[in-house]
Design a binder for this molecule. Structure first.
Ligand SMILES: *Cc1c(COP(=O)(O)O)cnc(C)c1O
Length: 358
């Protein structure tokens, strides 16, 4: 009999947003919208499609393990040095690199709950001890995290803005927090929704803190506003010594050539990102209005999704909406759901169904 590591007995496989084809098959319907995984409903830049067509002729060649061209382009875009960047198959992969590098058995990792579940699984996989401080009013409790620090604490993960709540910490709050974190503890600022959040005046310019706080890693991704979720490209920004450590656990060819070329093309089309962010804002305003009209409570979001609270059990609502061709994300055994801001048409369909159901 095979003997797995004991740690795995306490873990479960990640449950992703339900795929569209599953719902079509299960309920025998042809029109299905997925507003469950915070993907970009407007697709990606058309330049990405062109880049992919070109890249597809060279699939027999291994990718550039250093992601040289993409690294140079992102470094220029962010006005940093190339040795401050590391690419992963999604920022998700980099979260596991961080755990691989910094977590010894018994080390403590702090974050808030509810938040991104991968912080916990990456910690557990290294036999670390994950400690979740409850959010306060669905916001990261930064003081609670400070209070939770012990001499075993190694890493603190902060999703800013947070998923699934959509809330953000301000520049002032983040700065006050960083001031109190001892310099031997790594702080990971996961900015997966940066492009949406940076619209807000008090959203932190975390990049500007990298020189001051050598214990800081910023995570960004091409999966959300850039619309490349299926290609898997994310990156870490930090000081060169931290990047060097992460590079030691990175597989040699972790980001495919198609992904690298697509990300490069996507980066060069900032107009596309801008247009998506602007449409997202419009749809968000509409969604707030509809929630108010239908008596659905919600948390104001700095992202492309909204957490809502209804009188329905989330899982029941999730199943019910599926039979009408709508996939949302239920949040455990609560009345909370997370709804990605789709196109205006998708949201109209969603709220029409909600009106029927509630
Ligand atoms: C979506 C998301 C990510 C992961 O994105 P990748 O596709 O792995 O780059 C990371 N953090 C948060 C908070 C997210 O919501």
């Amino acid at each position: 009999m095979l003997k797995n590591r004991g740690t795995l007995n306490h873990m479960q496989a990640y449950v992703p947003g339900k795929p569209i084809d599953d719902v079509k098959r299960e309920f025998g319907i042809t029109e299905v919208i997925k507003i469950a995984s915070n993907e970009n409903p407007y697709g990606c830049s058309r330049h990405v499609i062109d880049a992919l067509k070109e890249a597809i002729t060279q699939v027999e060649i291994y990718p550039d393990g250093n992601a040289t061209l993409l690294k140079e382009a992102v470094a220029t875009h962010l006005n940093i040095k190339t040795d401050q960047l590391l690419f992963g198959a999604g920022s998700d992969e980099i979260i596991t690199f961080i755990a691989n590098v910094f977590i010894n058995p018994g080390d403590e990792v702090l974050s808030c709950t509810p938040s991104f579940p991968r912080y916990q699984s990456a910690t557990q996989l290294m036999d670390g001890c994950f400690i979740a401080v409850p959010c306060v009013d669905y916001k990261y409790d930064l003081q609670g995290l400070i209070d939770g620090i012990t001499d075993k604490t190694k890493v603190i993960f902060i999703a800013n803005p947070n998923n699934p709540t959509g809330t953000m910490c301000t520049a002032e709050e983040q700065r006050a927090f960083l001031e109190q974190v001892p310099p031997h503890i790594l702080v990971v600022a996961d900015e997966a929704y940066f492009e949406y959040a940076c619209e807000s005046e008090d959203y932190p310019d975390t990049m500007s803190l990298l020189n001051e706080y050598k214990n800081l890693i910023i995570l960004r991704t091409f999966s959300k506003a850039y619309g490349l979720a299926s290609l898997r490209v994310g990156y870490a920004i930090s000081q060169p010594p931290v990047i060097d450590l992460l590079n030691r656990v990175r597989g040699p060819f972790n980001v495919t050539s198609l992904a690298q070329k697509a990300a490069l093309a996507a980066l060069h089309d900032q107009a596309f990102v801008k247009a998506c962010v602007s449409k997202n804002k419009e749809v968000k305003t509409y969604a707030y209005r509809m929630c108010d009209e239908l008596g659905i409570s919600y948390i104001k979001s700095s992202t492309n999704f909204i957490m809502m609270k209804t009188n329905y059990n989330a899982h029941d609502l999730f199943v019910k909406l599926q039979t009408h061709g709508i996939i949302i994300r239920p949040l455990g055994e609560t009345n909370l759901i997370r709804v990605t801001l789709g196109t205006m048409d998708e949201m109209k369909k969603f709220f029409a169904e909600m009106k029927n159901l509630l």
